[in-house]
Design a protein around this ligand. Structure first.
Ligand SMILES: *Cc1c(COP(=O)(O)O)cnc(C)c1O
Length: 369
């Protein structure tokens, strides 16, 4: 066990403790049955940016509404980015997060693409540490529960001219979450959208920004109305290659054990879960490649059983088996609609590392408490 990654930078956060924290018994109720993203902890971390002062006023303050002038730039031009990671409680009571440096680096890349100021990695890590310290009692203990952390940044200048904002606000909020699937991991049905795209070449697909999600909501809603849980998007240039789901990357497993995922070529978000799975599969002896996969190839592979499993991955649900893939012109069952062995084993390996049940051989864990 390493010692607590005590960062002096977390001490730079001035703590304004809530005078109305959620009562212990009420918090216990929330922690017993957390639902994704519905309940938030007592505090939030915050750092402000201005052209003159740079990043300043690092603080932890009571969770609460933000006051925005109606002309605030984010409300008009969508200059906003976010991240998502989790704090996991281990059996000995310690609290850890998973590869937060990767989230910090991606947040900086997203900021660059959205013409927002880049937040230094040190501030990103310290903001999380300061919040989890203040709200330590909110990190749940149940199986496959965690504290979901949502760092985000928005353009806060009150100005309608079209240019990058000279002011920004960075915040981290936190929400206790339970197992994504109540009652065990369950394969989902995916609609392959051949009409709408979430991102295009040269666009913002590789950035984690609210705008990409806005573009995915109508197709998502239409798929939902047809009885599907998520959408798989194709590339916007040729409508041929698999890209990813609205908020998850995709993997294809072949009967010979080889595994393929689309390359992060600009319109696909580089998931931390994705890169961790690439490593775990390589460790396990799978032949792993990052290459383009056509929808035609996927359909043919499912039809002749040379493709045996398809799964999606991301921080929130870890690994989600895909049991059905359909579109206007096809409807295919994957792995008999069940979770296949590679999917199941990889999911267990990853969560075992995250919850401290397996050796962290790649040094992915970062201790918070
Ligand atoms: C966040 C996100 C993912 C998954 O990334 P993780 O770092 O694994 O959580 C995949 N695709 C999109 C579009 C995302 O926004």
């Amino acid at each position: 066990m390493s010692t607590v990654a005590s960062s002096p930078s977390a001490d730079l956060f001035e703590v304004h403790a809530s005078t109305t924290p959620v009562p212990d018994d009420e918090r216990a109720q929330h922690l017993a049955a957390p639902r994704f993203g519905t309940v938030f902890t007592d505090h939030m971390s915050r750092i402000s940016f201005s052209q003159e002062r740079g990043w300043h006023s690092r603080r932890v303050e009571p969770y609460g509404p933000l006051q925005l002038a109606p002309a605030t730039s984010v409300l008009h031009y969508g200059q906003e980015i976010f991240e998502g990671l989790k704090a996991y409680r281990h059996a000995d009571g310690s609290v850890w997060t998973f590869r937060p440096q990767a989230n910090a680096a991606r947040f900086a890349r997203s900021a660059h693409r959205l013409a927002l100021p880049e937040l230094p990695e040190e501030d990103f890590l310290a903001s999380i540490e300061a919040l989890v310290r203040a709200d330590a009692a909110w990190v749940p203990t149940g199986e496959e529960t965690s504290l979901y952390l949502r760092p985000f940044m928005y353009a806060s200048e009150s100005f309608l001219g079209v240019r990058p904002s000279l002011e920004a606000e960075y915040l981290v909020i936190a929400s206790p979450v339970g197992p994504y699937f109540s009652g065990g991991v369950r394969p989902v049905a995916i609609w392959v959208d051949q009409e709408f795209h979430r991102a295009g070449a040269g666009g913002t697909g590789a950035a984690k920004c609210g705008g990409n999600y806005a573009a995915s909501l109508l197709p998502q809603q239409r798929a939902y109305d047809k009885g599907f849980e998520q959408v798989c998007f194709l590339d916007a240039s040729t409508n041929t290659y698999l890209e990813e789901l609205g908020g998850m990357n995709i993997f294809v497993v072949h009967a010979d054990g080889s595994v393929v995922t689309p390359p992060v070529s600009g319109s696909i978000l580089e998931g931390v879960t994705r890169s961790s799975i690439l490593q775990l599969l390589t460790d396990a002896g799978h032949e792993v490649s990052q290459r383009q996969v056509t929808l035609a190839e996927l359909r043919a592979g499912l039809a002749d059983a040379s493709i045996t499993e398809v799964f999606a991955c991301g921080t929130a649900a870890v690994i989600t088996p895909i049991g059905r893939l359909a579109s206007d012109d096809f409807d295919l069952t994957v792995a008999d609609g069940a979770a296949g062995p590679v999917t199941t084993r990889t999911r267990a390996e990853l969560t075992d590392i995250q919850y401290g049940r397996a050796t962290d051989r790649h040094g992915w864990l970062h201790r918070l408490l």
